[in-house]
Design a protein around this ligand. Structure first.
Ligand SMILES: [Zn+2]
Length: 245
């Protein structure tokens, strides 16, 4: 009787298996395919994150417009009164989250390396503690600085006015003067995580993904304290126009 257990191949043959060369070829092909796929997967993920970021800004703008409708045409200022906070103020983000049920994830860009609350800021700046982690800031000079509301009907060409801008982390409000702020500790002010572009929300609720410099136009997409759409004559704006010319 033939004992199958002791059946062996002749030396040098390879019945039904792979030779070393074949294995190496297969491994090489897999490596090449993996190397080709990695940037594709990365770019698909990057595009999905950019879309998520734009959806976030759309939702926030919608809630801000609902607030206007509920408050006689007044915008929510960057630090509205909030009796439940120990200091009596919250951020506009907290107010929208509490009043209109926005999820906390809506305030965070999925591509951003970090996000903080205003109270998490390194300096003793925050007027209150009621805030959520965030990467979006509004233009306070136009849409309500500190606790001061501004009536939206007073904003001319609101569809071309930057309302929300992607910020690196905890900024509650922005203005044109913030453009050049880069902090020594490595905190830049604005976010550029979407292939060098940033998500911009406009006063009429529409959203664009563009380079921040593209918002500096002769018509002035950043209103200034000196008055509506006087950007071309404002020293800071004139300097920005020169820089992005
Ligand atoms: Zn983003």
């Amino acid at each position: 009787m033939k004992n199958l257990r002791h059946t062996t191949s002749e030396p040098g043959t390879n019945e039904g298996g792979f030779t070393l060369i074949e294995l190496l070829v297969v491994i090489a092909i897999i490596s090449i395919l993996a190397a080709l796929m990695t940037p594709i997967v990365g770019s698909v993920r990057g595009k999905a994150q950019a879309m998520q970021c734009q959806n976030n800004v759309r939702q926030i703008l919608l809630a801000r417009q609902m607030y206007v409708g509920d408050n006689y045409g007044n915008m929510v200022p960057c630090r509205p009164a909030w009796p439940d906070d120990p200091k009596g103020y919250c951020t506009w983000r907290w107010l929208l989250k509490e009043m209109y049920g926005l999820g906390e994830a809506v305030f965070v860009c999925p591509s951003a390396p970090n996000s903080y609350t205003e109270a998490g800021r390194p300096e003793p700046f925050a007027p209150g503690k009621s805030d959520v982690n965030a990467n979006y800031a509004h233009v306070g000079e136009v849409f309500g600085n500190d606790s001061q509301s501004r009536r939206i009907s007073l904003i001319p060409e609101v569809s071309q006015q930057v309302e929300l801008v992607e910020a690196r982390d905890y900024w509650s409000d922005m203005n044109m003067g913030s453009f050049g702020w880069v902090w020594a500790d490595g905190y830049g002010v604005y976010g550029y995580w979407h292939a060098g572009k940033t998500t911009i929300g406009y006063g009429d609720g529409h959203v664009e993904l563009k380079k921040l410099g593209a918002t500096v136009t002769p018509r002035c997409q950043w209103d200034t304290p000196a008055g509506p759409h006087d950007g071309a004559t404002h020293p800071e704006y004139a300097a920005m126009l020169e820089m992005y010319k």
